[in-house]
Design a binder for this molecule. Structure first.
Ligand code: ZN
Length: 543
């Protein structure tokens, strides 16, 4: 938001150019054409203001993580910061927003400190408003509200919280029947009010552990948005932006927009101008029903730059466009203050993170073969079955977040593989229930292959949903007995029916064990080194 004179010099030509371009396009759209160029510029700047919204989604506390985007390094908080600051200098009417999952499934540098470093990072950048993703609920509502409002945690002590508001229109306190956070905020830019409404995936309870969402209900996103729009309109707000942790995707040119957020866009009041989406870590830059929809991948590898032209008389948005900008590291210098900030926290957690747990003979990948089996899935399922001493173990593929690279494997690397800190749960299921469970992998809108240990099975793609599993074998070659009882390990997410694996909720004699990461570390430590894991044909597709 600050404009230093040194930097004005370097950006002035770009600024002048963009002002000229946008005034030309606005005037072309119905303004008197006889005005001289100078008069146009003056009356333009009198009548219209240009507002820039810079947005991120699904940052997931990736403060120190560099990712590969098309063969180039991208991401890391200090590069993201440099890009955002560069854009801010181009327009002082800039607001920074995020559409949820800023924290949760984070890098250890953030996660080991309760994700306080990530909130502090957003504070440092001067974020203006954010909303809740599903991952904000990972450690429960109280801990989420502590990160936002400030408070004390036994591990980290006192934390002051976010310097910016979080908005949420559809997360309701079951006791009071009211939203747990303000449904919207109004930000004024040069006196013009802009409303920001937040909503979160109403499916959140099915993808977060039940204790995470205890005490709250998620209501329909579009209805909640429309209610907030009604209130904003009553307060004279005409420029309205929605931060929605709901998925959407489009082609680069804006065609073929699809996903939940597209349905929401079509349903909500036409006073909504822009929707920042999230959750599926995708590219989205499309106009749907007159609303501009954006999403910028995830992990800070990109951000959304939305440029609005607002008419001072009507206070409404008259022109809008967006660009999804990848934060390539080779195109900018990292922000030195944020580099220092990352270094400080890395030093704080480094003794834990750099501990070497073992040595991988080859890279052990999460990539599944056509049957649905992955080498890393096998390793993790074996680790969990060993830790809980059960007949079988089942692991959700979505909970495996990175490969194990060849060579020395540190605690930090394994953390990035299993960042959710789910506890393992032992339970008893019958053979028939296990068959039903495996058939639940094929869901009406998605296939979710479980990674398995202690059994082998075959499946047939030509068979209908609910009946794809053919034969299930025990390690000794005998078939699974539908009437026998078997002990099973799953993580707490699955054990509570996560990813719609409802059979797990029927499990008897439940017993909670260590956190998944701990089980994986102990398992690797006792393997002969260097260790390895392979696809072994545990899952076999017949046709
Ligand atoms: Zn999400």
């Amino acid at each position: 938001m600050k404009l230093s004179s040194k930097l004005v010099k370097t950006t002035v030509s770009a600024l002048a150019l963009s002002a000229a371009l946008s005034s030309a396009s606005v005037f072309a759209a119905g303004q008197p054409g006889h005005l001289g160029k100078k008069q146009q510029t003056n009356s333009y700047s009198y009548r219209y203001i240009d507002v820039q919204l810079l947005g991120i989604n699904d940052f997931h506390g990736q403060l120190d993580v560099t990712r590969n985007v098309g063969g180039r390094a991208a991401g890391r908080a200090d590069y993201l910061a440099a890009y955002l600051k560069q854009r801010e200098r181009e327009n002082k009417n800039t607001l920074l927003v995020h559409a949820g999952d800023a924290v949760g499934a984070s890098s250890p540098v953030s996660a080991l400190l309760q994700d306080e470093p990530t909130i502090e990072f957003l504070n440092k950048l001067g974020f203006d408003v954010g909303t809740l993703g599903n991952h904000e609920f990972d450690e429960g509502v109280d801990e989420m509200l502590r990160l936002i409002n400030g408070g004390t945690h036994p591990k980290t002590g006192y934390f002051r919280g976010a310097d910016f508001p979080y908005v949420s229109a559809n997360v309701i306190d079951k006791k009071t029947g009211k939203p747990i956070l303000p449904p919207y905020v109004i930000k004024k830019v040069k006196g013009i009010p802009i409303g920001f409404i937040g909503v979160t995936l109403s499916d959140t309870p099915s993808i977060v552990i039940p204790s995470g969402v205890a005490g709250v209900a998620f209501t329909d996103e579009a209805e909640a948005i429309n209610e907030a729009v009604k209130q904003l309109k009553r307060r004279g707000v005409r420029a309205i932006v929605v931060l929605a942790h709901n998925p959407g995707v489009s082609n680069k040119d804006g065609s073929n927009a699809s996903g939940e957020i597209v349905d929401i866009a079509k349903t909500v009041d036409d006073e909504v101008d822009v929707i920042f989406a999230g959750h599926n870590h995708a590219y989205l830059n499309a106009e749907v029903d007159g609303k501009l929809l954006v999403q910028s991948y995830s992990y800070g590898t990109a951000f959304s730059d939305v440029d609005l032209t607002i008419d001072r008389r009507t206070k409404d948005v008259v022109a809008k466009k967006a660009e999804i900008v990848t934060t390539y590291q080779d195109s900018i210098k990292p922000d030195p203050k944020i580099t220092k900030f990352i270094d400080k926290y890395e030093a704080k957690v480094s003794p834990i993170i750099n501990q070497v747990i073992g040595t991988a003979k080859t890279t052990i990948s999460t990539e599944q073969n056509a049957s649905g089996e992955s080498a890393l899935g096998n390793l993790i399922a074996d680790a969990q079955r060993t830790a809980m001493k059960t007949d079988f173990a089942f692991m959700n593929s979505g909970g495996i977040r990175a490969n194990i690279e060849q060579g020395e494997v540190t605690w930090g690397e394994l953390y990035n593989v299993q960042p959710f800190s789910n506890q393992l749960v032992k339970m008893t299921l019958t053979g028939e229930q296990i068959r039903k469970l495996l058939n639940q992998q094929w869901q009406s809108n998605q296939t979710r292959m479980l990674q398995i240990s202690g059994l082998i099975y075959t499946w047939d793609a030509s068979k209908p949903i609910g009946d794809k599993v053919v034969d299930i074998y025990l390690p000794n070659g005998a078939k699974l007995d539908p009437n026998a009882e078997y002990t099973v390990t799953a993580n707490s997410f699955l054990a509570d029916g996560g990813d719609n694996f409802t059979v797990f909720t029927e499990g008897k004699s439940r017993e909670v064990g260590p956190v998944d990461l701990e089980a994986l570390i102990h398992y690797i430590q006792q393997l002969p080194q260097p260790f390895d894991a392979q696809i072994e044909g545990r899952i076999q597709q017949l046709r």
